[in-house]
Ligand binder design. Structure first.
Ligand SMILES: [Zn+2]
Length: 121
């Protein structure tokens, strides 16, 4: 365990990140449903020739990308919370050294210290 970590501080930080990501996931899910409804609207059924059809597809792809990003963020936060419980939070997954608290405050889901993260680029 990284001794400089106050688990309570990071538990709170991660929980609030998770709440935000979950709100985004829900909001994008609703956006996607309304785009689907618009596409299924019989009035706009002429998808092939209707420029609106292409726009809706683009919008759907964009929203789907955002929805997936929010879901991935929730997974990362859950992993970090799990590490916090296990006592491995804040330890670099590559070299095993402590990740500086400053980095963790900016990116609580970080699994690598800065030098290791830079080597993987
Ligand atoms: Zn490292």
């Amino acid at each position: 365990m990284n001794d400089q970590i106050d688990p309570a501080v990071f538990a709170e930080l991660l929980t609030s990140l998770r709440r935000d990501a979950l709100a985004r996931l829900t909001a994008r899910g609703e956006d996607i449903r309304s785009v689907q409804d618009a596409r299924n609207d019989p009035a706009g059924a002429d998808d092939e020739h209707d420029p609106e059809g292409a726009t809706l597809s683009d919008e759907w792809s964009r929203l789907e990308g955002l929805r997936r990003a929010a879901a991935a963020e929730i997974d990362e936060v859950d992993d970090a919370l799990h590490r916090l419980e296990e006592g491995t939070f804040g330890v670099c997954a590559s070299c095993g050294r402590d990740i500086p608290v400053g980095r963790l405050l900016v990116r609580p889901t970080a699994t690598l210290c800065v030098p290791c993260a830079e080597r993987r680029r």
